[in-house]
Design a protein around this ligand. Sequence first.
Ligand code: HEC
Length: 171
Amino acid sequence: MKKLVLRSILIVRPIKYLLLSLILSTVFMLGLSASNTDKQFTFPHWKNLHKLNTETFKSGSHRAWVDIYVNELAKKAYIQKLNLFPVGSIVLKPIYSDQERSETSKLTIMIKMKKGYDPDNADWWYGVYDESGMEVWYQGKIKSCIKCHARAKETDYMFSESVMYTINEWE
Ligand code: HEC
């Protein structure tokens, strides 16, 4: 009797482990394929992008201070508050804890992807990175970002209207 119980434990255990490892590897593979479709970007030279403002300004949505950086592709569309940004546009908003930029708490970034990336939401990629621009905290079609940025549909999900108003008022 004892022998039989022992034997069944010996058989059941490996099956359990096999199942567990199967489940884990499936989860892992799904995770990998998700990050393959949402390309991973890095932004080591983000400070070389064009900064639209000189002084930091208070963010409308966070209790924080921000700058707005754009690449060459995004510059005109942002300043002129156009309703369509060219593919490859990068807009980056570092968030600081104070007006003097003593500490960068994170970088929030948007990239205009090719048509079809996220057709229901104007094909923007969203990212949240650390100060170095190298460490990804969140990236891809981030729902919470999309939901709020959809309020600015007339200017292609960019809050260029209010940002340019703030910048022009100050400078
Ligand atoms: C509750 C609304 C809200 C949410 C959620 C939100 N944003 Fe924004 N975002 C804004 C507003 C308003 C601005 C204009 C600048 C400001 O006031 O901070 C902005 C500006 C930006 C900009 C500069 C381009 C622009 O639209 O003017 C980037 C890049 C950005 N957000 C990225 C993100 C990312 C990435 C997320 C998700 C992690 C996110 N945002 C979530 C409201 C939001």
